[in-house]
Design a binder for this molecule. Sequence first.
Ligand code: GDP
Ligand code: MG
Length: 163
Amino acid sequence: MVFTLAIVGRPNVGKSTLFNRLVGKKLALVDDTPGVTRDRRGGEGRIADLEFLLIDTAGLEEGDVGSLSERMKAQTAQALKEADIALMLYDARAGVTPMDEHFAAWLRRTETPVILAANKCEGKIASVGFYEAYALGLGEPVALSAEHGDGLADLYQVLVETL
Ligand code: GDP
Ligand code: MG
């Protein structure tokens, strides 16, 4: 079964790094519609024999801070519409931030199944931030390191269980 996975979360948690790792190469922007979809990227991702369409959400660096959360929501909402599963990343080194909580509260109300993943989990430094994630109310996080490629077998397992 081919399914669509959207990587969501606040800026800087490693969404694009994970996208690049799962797609295996850097892709050009595919959707240059002005507005919320401006920097959304799509690609064909794979973990072992599991193949899926992948959406990376981005493009939140521009604009004034006041509009950030609305734009983030609009962009994420669009990705969720197209996705069978959402993968919410947070930065386990930074720990859970108010913006992560805001995101999680909103994702808990969507009908799309959400998998929570703690990124930047290489090394022991991240362990405190890993356990903080239970407060997000999205279940047990999958520990990942997008940069090092750790945790992909666990992600595979959770994806198969969620489908
Ligand atoms: P995005 O804004 O969520 O798309 O985040 P990026 O993929 O652009 O990554 C933001 C920063 O986090 C970059 O400096 C990455 O190199 C770094 N980063 C991404 N994944 C990891 C990881 O697994 N471990 C560590 N230590 N840094 C990471
Ligand atoms: Mg990005």
